[in-house]
Design a protein around this ligand. Structure first.
Ligand code: BG6
Length: 470
């Protein structure tokens, strides 16, 4: 556990991820007193950043969230936080740049830590293609053997099984598994974290979660925005790689895995791994892909200036999976995810996981299959609810009506909160970070869909359609 001194180095400090997620999360942790007492932050990037631009990077999201009423914008606090941050300009492939960075870290150690070596957290807010090289440079120049060093990287971890294995083994030459924190920010979502309590702190839900009671599982993720200038990244990855292999699969694993023996890092992660290993690769016949077209509410995906005009990247994907284990055999898991806002039907941001229950054994009220379900909703308003058939109020007869029995989680949806689970990086708790074998198992499920031999004429991209809603 890192208690007192830490230098957090944010690589890619001038980028979008740092601006929208990493800095707001660090600010939130600092504000809540969850950073080690004497933390200092170094933003590192290639571009020159003026004082104003750095300020914008640090505080843009806080100001934006404040406008929405999620936060108070406190100028004095923001100035104090800014005083903890230093910016260093450097390249990602030159030894001299990392040596210069080391001098900056040592200067902090002299000034703030009375010459003692500090613990070091290297946060790579960078494209995955640079993880191997940058993590190697950090190990070579900025690793301190006397103290704790941690490397933080964010999904997507590679583009398919082989690419991921290459990346992982290259990083593993320099860093031990217990030093690597792989972020899937869905694991920081309040509603996803609440699943553990829902399932394992109660005795009435667990008995339902199996093939005897669940007829099918469906997951829907709809986003009201499209490429929005992120085409440079998104177009290379597409919907399956961007959210399917990680956010959605992690949520499924937590909801469908066996009960862990304890809350220890490895107990949870091993059970997620077992679940993932039970999912056979998705068959391309069970996949539908789409790309949003233009419509009354906005432009098409290919009209975004960051997207190539002839792009065939899927912004929508729908597939069926199965979990081939004793608990779930025969229960289909149907996943649907898409982004875009051009048509009315894409107007709603939604993320739900629904367990559709079988009809009651003695169906005396003759209710429909599926009319009972357990719904976990992450978006828009985090909630857990049961859809139940209840006696119609004030009826003289026996008529049933469908009602919701609901628990709403007052989850705040600001970036700083979603990533505030990063406090665990300082505590050394890896339970909410993804282990290497989990990432690989997750890729195995999708690799046949995202890479396909040229000779295969029925490859998924050929089945891409242009959609106007779903
Ligand atoms: C990111 C994806 O990891 O997750 C985005 O790259 C996606 O494309 C986002 O929009 C969804 O997360 P959230 O927290 O905004 O629902």
């Amino acid at each position: 556990q890192i208690k007192d001194k830490a230098v957090v180095i944010v690589f890619g400090a001038s980028g979008d991820l740092a601006k929208k997620s990493t800095f707001p999360a660090l600010y939130t942790l600092w504000e809540e007193g969850l950073l080690p007492e004497k933390t200092r932050i170094i933003g590192y990037a290639r571009s020159k950043l003026s004082k104003e631009k750095l300020q914008d990077q640090l505080f843009w999201k806080i100001r934006d969230d404040a406008k929405e009423g999620h936060h108070q914008e406190d100028a004095a606090k923001m100035r104090e936080f800014e005083g903890l941050v230093k910016y260093v300009q450097g390249s990602y492939d030159k030894d001299e740049s990392f040596q210069e960075l080391e001098r900056e870290i040592e200067a902090i150690e002299t000034e703030v830590f009375s010459g003692q070596k500090s613990n070091r957290i290297s946060y790579l807010a960078l494209p995955p293609s640079s993880f191997s090289q940058v993590s190697h440079m950090i190990k070579k120049h900025n690793y301190s053997p006397e103290t704790i060093n941690r490397l933080v990287i964010e999904k997507p971890f590679g583009k398919d099984t082989e690419d991921c294995k290459r990346m992982m083994s290259s990083i593993a030459k320099d860093w031990k598994e217990e030093e690597i924190y792989r972020i899937d920010h869905y694991l920081g979502e309040e509603m996803v974290r609440a699943i553990y309590h829902l399932r394992f702190a109660n005795s009435f839900i667990e008995p339902l979660l199996n093939k005897d009671h669940v007829e099918s599982v469906s997951i829907v993720m709809k986003e009201t925005f499209g490429a929005e200038g992120r085409g440079g990244y998104f177009d290379e990855f597409g919907m399956i790689r961007d959210v399917g292999q990680n956010h959605l699969l992690q949520s499924i694993a937590i909801m469908m895995m066996e009960a862990p023996a304890s809350l220890e890092d490895d107990s949870l992660r091993s059970n997620k791994l077992d679940l993932l290993k039970g999912i056979p690769p998705v068959d391309s016949a069970d996949l539908v892909l789409g790309q949003y077209a233009d419509g009354p509410n906005g432009k098409a995906y290919v009209d975004d200036e960051t997207v190539p005009d002839d792009s065939r990247t899927a912004t929508f994907a729908q597939w069926a999976m199965k979990v081939d284990n004793e608990r779930w055999r025969g229960v289909p898991v149907l996943v649907k995810c898409g982004k875009g806002k051009s048509w009315k039907s894409l107007d709603e941001g939604l993320m739900t996981m629904t367990f559709h229950l079988r009809a009651p054994r003695n169906n005396v009220f003759n209710v429909n299959e599926h009319s009972n379900s357990l719904v976990i909703r992450m978006n828009p308003e985090p909630a857990v609810f049961f859809k139940a058939n209840l006696l119609k109020p004030a009826t003289r007869g026996t008529e049933a009506i469908e009602q919701e029995i609901k628990w709403t989680v007052p989850g705040r949806k600001v970036a700083g909160d979603k990533l505030a689970y990063e406090a665990n990086i300082f505590k050394g708790d890896q339970s909410s970070f993804v282990r290497e074998d989990e990432v690989i198992a997750a890729w195995e499920i999708f690799t046949p869909l995202v890479i396909f031999p040229k000779k295969d004429r029925s490859r998924p991209a050929d089945r891409l359609f242009w959609y106007t809603g779903y």
